[in-house]
Design a protein around this ligand. Structure first.
Ligand code: UDP
Length: 453
């Protein structure tokens, strides 16, 4: 890498989903504040949604570049995991390579590529184009460590070499993680095996990385999980990356229904149950939606529920009219602003990492219903280690009522939330994360000067 006279370019390649694009954009802003010129590369189906950005400041500092994903579709953003994988493996590499090699290093001063580990195809592109490439893990370090422990898990007989648990065995205590919490265990057996293959490929490719920037708080390293034999790449906790100002909008892939903010203003403090299962959870089924609807209604408390149009089909007949005075259902909410509103009493969440961080940032107690991926690990930390939430037993009336009561009546939970926020993101924690970032950039600069990249 040559040191550059003008702002060096950094190409950022997120995995194409809301929960990955959001933290990558935050990383792009951070790198801009360190003198870089960020270019965010996404497949067309995402690009159409985030460009032009809602936030003018973001538009001024980040260049958004689309690459073809082969779908040719002009509709919404929903893509399933396997079609995204296919696009990333078969279609996008050649386009990314063309883009990266078309940017002349001396003219454009390109210095670096940042690749979400779930978009690991881009690591190979970076290597082929001889661009220094750094990994980005947008979630908890604990989940990354679980993935890096795959060789040990197979060797010790916890899982088969196709990734299937051999038995329900404990992988660590406090929080208790078992073979059932592994992030690839989604769907039927063949889907689990295919996802496991995705992870082993990711692991294999990430071994060529020198650094991995992790969107978690530095102290999480002290709570480190399973020991694993892989010492590459070097782990650098730089998070959790939060919006520069708490009211800066996330770059939403869907249109936010702001009317729920007006509705919230008319609710009593600490009264509303906010319900959202993020952007990527597969449909839960009509029965579950119907049960949850009846249970929310029977709590008698106000609720705000993010429910996509296809999920709404599960609502009981006449539900929306019946609950009109108490409940509000929207297809996509301005989540950070919702969580900041003092009317929100608790958050029924799928425990996605971004949502977890946002809940902690806004001091909201969590009622946890993990569904897939890293959500089980996050949930264990929320409920067992940090004790800032309660795991919901199910969607039946008594289960929801008990869960809500438990989470709202715990007098100490507010104190623990404030302490966790302190450890995660207030001055000492964020200056450690900032120092880690500065140290990494210094390392990068030194190596550029030595020309050893
Ligand atoms: N989100 C939002 N509006 C909604 C629901 C979710 O803006 O109605 C945002 C939320 O603030 C978070 C992201 O979508 O930043 C979801 O990311 P997370 O990692 O929590 O879950 P995922 O969608 O990846 O499962």
């Amino acid at each position: 890498m040559k040191p550059c006279a003008k702002r060096p370019k950094v190409i950022l390649v997120p995995y194409p989903a809301q929960g990955h694009v959001t933290p990558m954009l935050k990383l792009a802003s951070t790198l801009h504040s360190h003198g870089f010129d960020p270019v965010l590369v996404t497949p067309e189906f995402i690009h159409r949604r985030i460009s032009p950005p809602v936030d003018r400041k973001t538009a001024e500092v980040i260049t958004y570049v689309p690459i073809p994903d082969g779908s040719g579709a002009t509709d919404g953003t929903s893509r399933d995991f396997f079609s995204v994988e296919k696009a990333m493996e078969d279609i996008m590499p050649v386009h990314l390579e063309r883009l990266v090699s078309g940017l002349d290093v001396s003219d454009d001063g390109m210095a670096l590529m940042v690749v979400d580990l779930l978009a690991s195809y881009a690591i190979e592109v970076g290597n082929r184009c001889r661009v220094p490439t750094v990994g980005f893990w947008p979630a908890m370090l604990a989940t990354y460590k679980l993935v890096t422990a795959i060789p040990e898990l197979v060797r010790e007989g916890h899982i088969s070499d196709c990734g299937l648990p051999q038995k329900k065995s404990e992988l660590r205590q406090k929080p208790t993680l078992t073979t059932h919490d592994l992030p690839w265990l989604i769907g039927p057996v063949n889907a689990r095996q295919a996802r496991f293959k995705f992870w082993t490929r990711t692991l294999h490719r990430s071994a060529s990385l020198r650094w991995l920037l992790v969107n978690s708080f530095p102290e999480e390293e002290d709570e480190a999980l399973i020991q694993c034999s892989i010492d590459h790449p070097m782990i650098i906790p730089i998070g959790p990356l939060t919006s520069p100002s708490p009211v800066t909008k996330n770059s939403s892939l869907w249109e936010e229904d702001d009317t729920c903010l007006t509705w919230l203003k008319n609710q009593e403090p600490n009264s509303v149950i906010y319900v959202s299962f993020g952007s990527w959870v597969s449909p839960m089924g009509r029965d579950q939606i119907a049960n949850l609807a009846i249970s929310l209604e029977s709590t008698g408390r106000p609720f705000l529920w993010v429910l996509g149009p296809s999920w709404c089909e599960g609502l009981p007949h006449g539900f929306l009219e019946r609950v009109r005075s108490k409940g509000r259902v929207v297809s996509w909410a301005p989540q950070v602003e919702v969580l900041q509103d003092g009317a929100v009493g608790c958050y029924l969440t799928h425990c996605g990492w971004n949502s977890t961080v946002e809940a902690v940032q806004c001091g909201r107690r969590m009622l946890c219903w993990p569904v897939a991926g890293d959500q089980f690990v996050n949930c264990k930390y929320i409920v067992e280690s940090w004790r800032v939430g309660v795991r919901l037993g199910g969607f039946r009336e008594r289960e929801v009522e008990n869960g809500v009561r438990q989470v709202m009546d715990d007098g100490e939970m507010g104190v623990r939330l404030a302490e966790l926020k302190e450890r995660m993101m207030t001055s000492k924690a964020s200056s450690k994360a900032a120092a880690n970032m500065a140290g990494f950039l210094e390392d990068l600069r030194r190596m550029a000067e030595d020309d050893s990249l």
